[in-house]
Ligand binder design. Sequence first.
Ligand code: SAM
Length: 226
Amino acid sequence: MDNEARLILVPTPIGNLQDITYRAVEALKTADIILAEDTRVSSKLLKHLEIDKRLSAHHKFNEHKTATSIVSKIEQGNVVALISDAGTPAISDPGFLLVRACVEKNIKVECLPGPTALIPALAVSGLPTDKFVFEGFLPQKKGRQTRLKLLAEEPRTMIFYESPYRLVKALGQFAEYFGANRKACVCRELSKMFEEVKRGTVTELGEYYTERQPKGEIVIVVEGKA
Ligand code: SAM
């Protein structure tokens, strides 16, 4: 990997440590500075990869403040790698503000291809993959209903991140706003030992998870409006 000063977004595994790429390992080994969302989480990954480097914290509570100083470190010639707890940085994770700050200063930004939860979920769903929208997390309270009303008209396949505690509520709301027979796919614990992919209508899936309290990490893929 060359040492041209830049920001590199480095995707990390979403469950299975074997999903780290050769290029990601190389980028972490050679970066001058590694920024991590949670240094405790990422230090375990670095230990596993036998990379002995100090991590600097870059998370949603400090990313507004630190962008300027990171930009100046890259301007001084450093290669800065950014990782989040899992998956691709800037995808429902810190990163966007830093990328934007770099773009504004004409600093080179690179994102290595790699793990992210939304793409395997979409690919395995059995729902159309030619056009899709990534909605990330729905607002928990304010704005949730407005978003759902708007999405009721969405013709493309929709992808949501959701916590296990709100899965049944979300499926119930999809039935209410999108129709009881709308098809969906719930992907739980992708790439992990207890991976589960469940397909059905939003009503069937709601019933299934009402009987079995879900655990772990979840992506919901929902068919668009016909
Ligand atoms: N940056 C990550 C990415 O590229 O996918 C997303 C981070 S976001 C804070 C975490 C959410 O991603 C989880 O709540 C879940 O919705 C989804 N997720 C992450 N890992 C997952 C997995 N192994 N299986 C299913 N969903 C996962």
